[in-house]
Design a binder for this molecule. Sequence first.
Ligand code: ZN
Length: 134
Amino acid sequence: MLNKVEHIGIAVKNLDAANSLYATLLGVAHYKIETVESEQVRTSFFKVGDTKIELLEALSDTSAIATFIAKRGEGMHHIAYDVSDIHLAMQQLSADGFRLLNEQPKRGADNKWVCFIHPKDCNGVLIELCQSIS
Ligand code: ZN
């Protein structure tokens, strides 16, 4: 049901500085920058083989990324799995006892429908389900 790791999300304090650092690390520049107003984040994406790295910077103190960095510092924020049918995946995982952080898929960065699963239900890791919007 979860097809593959689609991307790994990393919370950063300064997106421009992190973009330049990750370009050096990965040997490739980010291919897009996108603001998601509803989440109060600015994101950038890098391709590494079949997987992507998403860097996330908070746009305001109320952003979940700001809260995360205040609590835990910069670092790995979530793992995103590609799904073919997000409604079905949400239904099944919910039936299996995983708590979904949003009851309906919401529009995320990179042209995706997304849903998050409570990190307490996944050994402390925030999980994102994402389905490409065709
Ligand atoms: Zn993500």
